[in-house]
Design a protein around this ligand. Sequence first.
Ligand code: PMP
Length: 425
Amino acid sequence: MSDLLQRRRALLGPNVSTFYADPVHIVRGEGVWLWDAEGRRYLDCYNNVPHVGHCNPRVVEALCAQARTLNTHTRYLHEGILDYVERLTATFDDPLKTAILTCSGSEANDIALRMAEAMTGKRGIVATDATYHGNTTLVSHLSRSNVPEVGFGLAGCVRHVEAPDSYRIDDPEGQRFAAHVARAIEELEACGIGFAALIVCPLFLNEGFPTQAPGWLRPAAELVRRAGGVLICDEVQSGFGRCGSHFWAHQKQGVTPDIVTMGKPMGNGHPVAGLVTSPEIMARFRGSFRYFNTFGGNPVSCAVAMAVLDELEDKQWQQHAARIGRLARERLQTLAEKYEVIGDVRASGMVFGAEFVRDRRTREPAADCADRVVNAMRERGILLSKLGRHKNTLKIRPPMPFGEDHLDLLIETLDEVMPGILGQP
Ligand code: PMP
């Protein structure tokens, strides 16, 4: 292990992050399970990219079959991308019926910002103060966690607004959030930059997936439209049925965005991502920017992405996610009754977690407790992580085949590690 760490440092440079105090060396995956180099098995409660299961046979077969036949790019005619975009856009409401395929969520968000500029002629972007939207020069300026200290991009054009936090901030209908957005828009207009777009993950997943009533985002969405801006929903994490109640989380929020970006689960690990928008916005973008992506939308990527949709449909994973999310909430709630340190429990389909606090009255975050739980669970063969505005919320976001027996194992193991966590300084 230390040999691998040393090689990483020498070959990849310093500050390349790993998970856990004792990093895991994974060599094989299947369904919701991962195996390390010593043959130890781990329950994967973290990875949302292998959406329909690690090494899903149908996806792997689709990839191999197309790779054996042809792989080129979109400057040649091919049915693959057309069949896929037809099938993908059928999951969206009108007018979201055209797409661009890319290789990463960051690229998709980068294009979305350029589309907003093409539509409005302005560059001002509003995002939350606890978000992450990617790693290109342009979109890295949106993220609070990794604001670049040098570089070009959107510097000066971004206004961050308070991220929702259902546990601490009283905003049951999204009016307070909308008011923050309104102020940011006014400021952008007043200083001459002008308002182009609001970009949000409709589950606010990186922010800690707050509990929200359906339609919570509507007041902010209406405001954006009134101000002549574009609403971008970043569904890189929240899409493809994960939220359980809907295929896309913006549908749960009761809004139709102008642009929806997606990635991670789309290719089950194969790098395919993209965005969906209206024909009008697409035409404006295509008229304003010359855009080509060598790997985006190639026949292999499209075959893989199509197999993911087939699996989702045949196995009804969205409905399954809704059921497991309900059970997970109940089971975590039972743990919260036992352990004072769990201040809040949240679940939205196959995304669930618990927020750790020092004291339930003050709700002071206890990120160190979340850290200790994450590492203790890893020692017991369960992989999960933490996130949120205060980095104190367990992030449990497994592949969709995660079932009731896996949930039992997760909860029993949490129950085993919790007393030890509390006993530590
Ligand atoms: N948007 C969101 C909400 C994300 O969570 C991420 C990745 N964590 C991205 C965009 C960037 O996607 P990628 O890493 O594929 O560029």
